[in-house]
Design a protein around this ligand. Structure first.
Ligand code: ATP
Ligand code: 3PG
Length: 404
């Protein structure tokens, strides 16, 4: 590990901890999710050691409906930590400083949404962020800074890159485990076949992963919207938007040539769906072989069962499997067969496995699979794809730089 971790941090200190509690908000209510459960472990460990733990996090972006206070987050976090989590509706003003000063050893406080603070958001180099009033004022209250927010590490925001320059900086447990698992595909060598299941809605994610990992991955298994775009490039008349979706045409225009070139150059590595599922006139799931699709009039929402059987075999033959993106609209049970099928195959084998993408990993809990059957289930979206494609994560880089 190239950064300092909690094992290097002396207990009994005043610690400022950056978490990523960014969550879905429905009708103003913050939804509990895996991020709370994971970060709770870091927070609990620090509190149990007798540290004074002050957490900061963000929620949404100014102007968006989910840009709300962290008051509800404090209660959800408290449930997972199993200890009180106080909340103060301020980030670094006098009210926040007073609340920080009032903490005893082992107590936990959550500050208000850091994105309500002007200095937080504009992306800038760490040196600039470290000079902001927000970082300077808040840092004066602490002995150490812990970054646990791996899933936000692709952002050059003050709370992520500024503090490591002015306080001794450490990676939290989530940061540590996410970093290790998500860089495994690039950094580890596996004896057997390495398989990557790629789907979801974004063709550029799939193209990026294929370009970055062509030497590391033996076989890419495709599905989702991205998979249909590859099928279209292979000459099949698929890739039609169903009502209310706008996922294909623009992506096709922008990526068709690249996808065609990938199929030409790396066709051997790429496995496309052989059948697809759609909603029939009765509202039931129906399937068709890709080679029997006659014209482009039908929207498809999942890969078919023959495809799942092929992917299942490939997974059972693998030493390591990485997943990015869903193979279908799994939120609707009728179209969960592809996504759940590959997850079940992975869960039943003892290969090294990493499942990532905020949406995709949600399928694990939705369909009653156990996280313990995977080597790692990532809570990161944007940061996961950047890690896979080898793009730098500025908040990780600054932790590494300060450790050396
Ligand atoms: N054929 C399809 N039609 C419609 N939606 C689909 C289809 N295939 C996959 N999806 C949707 O793709 C979504 C996952 O997309 P995507 O890969 O962009 O997300 P992710 O990688 O899981 O997470 P993140 O959004 O964090 O990047 C799922 O919510 C799923 O419903
Ligand atoms: O939820 C996330 O993926 C991270 O917290 C990053 O959030 P952002 O995309 O709003 O910066």
């Amino acid at each position: 590990m190239s950064f300092n971790t909690l094992d290097d941090l002396e207990p009994g200190q005043r610690v400022l901890v950056r978490l990523d509690l960014n969550s879905p908000v429905e009708d103003g209510t913050v939804q509990d999710n895996r991020r709370f459960e994971r970060h709770a472990e870091t927070v609990r460990e620090l509190a149990e050691r007798g540290d004074r733990v002050v957490c900061m996090a963000h929620q949404g972006r100014p102007g968006d409906d989910d840009f709300v206070s962290l008051r509800q987050h404090a209660d959800i976090l408290a449930e997972h930590v199993g200890r009180d989590v106080r909340f103060v509706p301020d980030t670094y003003g006098p009210e926040a400083v007073e609340a920080i000063d009032g903490l005893d050893d082992g107590e936990i406080l959550l500050l208000e949404n850091v994105r309500m603070c002007e200095d937080e958001l504009p992306e800038a180099p760490p040196e600039e962020k470290a000079e902001t009033e927000f970082v300077r004022t808040l840092a004066a209250e602490f002995d150490a800074y812990v970054n646990d927010a791996y899933s936000a590490a692709h952002r050059k925001h003050a709370s992520l890159v500024g503090f490591p320059l002015v306080l001794p900086a450490y990676a939290g447990r989530v940061m540590e485990s996410e970093y290790e698992a998500n860089t495994a595909i690039a950094s580890r060598t596996f004896d057997g076949q390495v398989t990557m299941v790629v789907g979801g809605t974004k063709a550029t994610d799939v193209i990026g992963v294929m370009n970055a990992l062509d030497e590391k991955v033996d076989r890419f298994l495709l599905g989702g919207i991205a998979g249909e775009l590859f099928l279209r490039a292979a000459g099949y008349p698929v890739g039609e938007d169903v009502e209310g979706m706008d996922l294909f045409d623009e992506q096709w225009e922008q990526n068709a040539d690249t996808i065609r070139a990938l199929l030409e150059e790396r066709g051997d590595q790429i496995t496309l769906a052989k059948d697809l599922a759609y909603e029939d006139a009765e509202g039931e799931r129906a399937e068709v072989l890709v080679e029997d699709v006659a014209e482009k009039t039908q929207g498809f929402l999942d890969v078919g069962t023959d495809t799942v059987a092929v992917y299942d075999d490939a997974i059972r033959d693998s030493e390591a499997v990485f997943v990015k993106g869903a193979l279908g609209l799994f939120e609707d049970e009728r179209f969960s067969v592809g996504t759940v099928g590959v997850l079940e195959a992975i869960a039943e084998t003892d290969c090294f496995s990493v499942v990532g993408g905020g949406d995709t990993s949600r399928a694990i809990e939705m369909y009653g699979l156990s996280e313990d059957d995977f080597s790692h289930v990532s809570i990161a979206g944007g940061a996961y794809i950047r890690a896979l494609t080898g793009d730098p994560l500025p908040a990780v880089e600054v932790l590494e730089a300060e450790a050396n």
